[in-house]
Design a protein around this ligand. Structure first.
Ligand SMILES: Nc1ncnc2c1ncn2[C@@H]1O[C@H](COP(=O)(O)OP(=O)(O)OP(=O)(O)O)[C@@H](O)[C@H]1O
Ligand SMILES: [Mg+2]
Length: 324
């Protein structure tokens, strides 16, 4: 939930005006925090309604934030982008396709019966299962999840010969009418058939890389794989952008050199976004919090906000959802 100040910045009106609108519309829910001068907190669905009242909405998009290099912050960024996008009024679905299940264990509610989780394995094993019945709410307002589990590793054997162009897209049709604006896939660091499907059927693939030769190689290979797969399956290319993740102090020569190399390699597809390496990021994950709810430096938050603007951009109201 966000304050009237943050909401005002998003809606391009004053915080005072936000309060006036909230107080004069009975169908706009909000919470008043006790003990902090009655500070107002605005939930995701109210933000969505406020955007619509201003003739705006979150533009629907399907995205991947991951390259084929492990440990460069894919899941950490996906989780935080999902939570922030929802705070700004998006209805977000995270589909965890990584058997390591880090996004699932972070997002799922404490009392969720994980043994009942319906993952991609059950989805592709059982044709009668609707994807709608696999979606679960999370601990975070406006963020929903299709969970993952270790045993899900076996799914690749089932879908190995399926066309990745249709694999996820066909299933996502089950979610029509649920109002999701933003779908984020969290992927493992290997090019499985499901990962391939996620990359080639997304609108945007954001490839994080750290300032290492291995990280950069991972981003280059991922871009090549996406191109090759789109060609093989006659699929239009998604927008592919690269950004620096886990970036150390910019004065370090390794970061400077990597940055120059990345600009040369990716040209205009290199985003001017650097998610800094900070202990706050890990501390918040360990505390089960997003970087916007726990203590975190402004530069990390600004970088995540820039990614949110790409994944869940605010545009003119068109009244459609991602799955139409
Ligand atoms: N900006 C950051 N600052 C400090 N630590 C970070 C940052 N981003 C991620 N980390 C840490 O780096 C490790 C890897 O991050 P994460 O699991 O998000 O990467 P990943 O790309 O999803 O990895 P995998 O390929 O295994 O799925 C984690 O321990 C995480 O806490
Ligand atoms: Mg991960």
């Amino acid at each position: 939930m966000i304050s009237t100040k943050v909401a005002g910045d998003i809606l391009d009106i004053t915080s005072h005006r936000v309060k006036q609108i909230l107080n004069s519309n009975d169908d706009l829910n909000f919470e008043r925090k006790e003990g902090s001068n009655g500070q107002i907190k605005i939930p995701s669905n109210t933000m969505s309604k406020l955007l619509k009242m201003r003739d705006k909405e979150i533009n629907p998009k399907t995205c991947v934030i991951k390259s084929q290099k492990g440990g460069v912050g894919g899941t950490t960024i996906t989780i935080n982008v999902a939570i922030r996008a929802a705070q700004k009024g998006a209805k977000v679905l995270v589909w965890d396709l990584d058997p390591e299940s880090n996004a699932t264990t972070f997002l799922m509610q404490e009392d969720y019966d994980y043994s009942q989780a319906k993952t991609a394995l059950e989805i592709y094993k059982n044709e009668d299962l609707s994807l709608k019945d696999c979606v679960i709410p999370t601990r975070f307002d406006g963020v929903y999840l299709i969970p993952a589990k270790g045993i899900m590793r076996r799914v690749d054997r089932i879908v190995m010969s399926d066309n990745p162009k249709n694999l996820l897209k066909e299933k996502l049709k089950d979610l029509e009418g649920m109002g999701f604006t933003t779908i984020l896939f969290d992927l493992p660091p290997t090019f499985s058939r499901l990962s391939e499907s996620a990359y080639i059927t997304s609108d945007i693939c954001l490839l994080p890389t750290d300032a290492s030769a291995f990280g950069i190689e991972g981003a280059i290979l991922t871009k090549e794989d996406i191109h090759e797969s789109c060609k093989n399956f006659e699929q239009r290319l998604p927008e592919i952008k690269v950004f620096l993740s886990r970036a150390h102090n910019q004065k370090r020569t390794s970061v400077k050199n990597s940055w120059e190399y990345l600009i040369e390699e990716f040209g205009p597809d290199m985003l001017p976004i650097k998610v800094p390496e900070r202990a706050d990021v890990v501390n918040n994950i360990n505390d089960g919090k997003s970087i916007f709810d726990g203590k975190c430096s402004a530069d990390v938050r600004a970088a995540i906000d820039e990614l949110v603007e790409i994944v869940a951009p605010i545009g003119e109201l068109q009244d459609h959802e991602v799955l139409q």
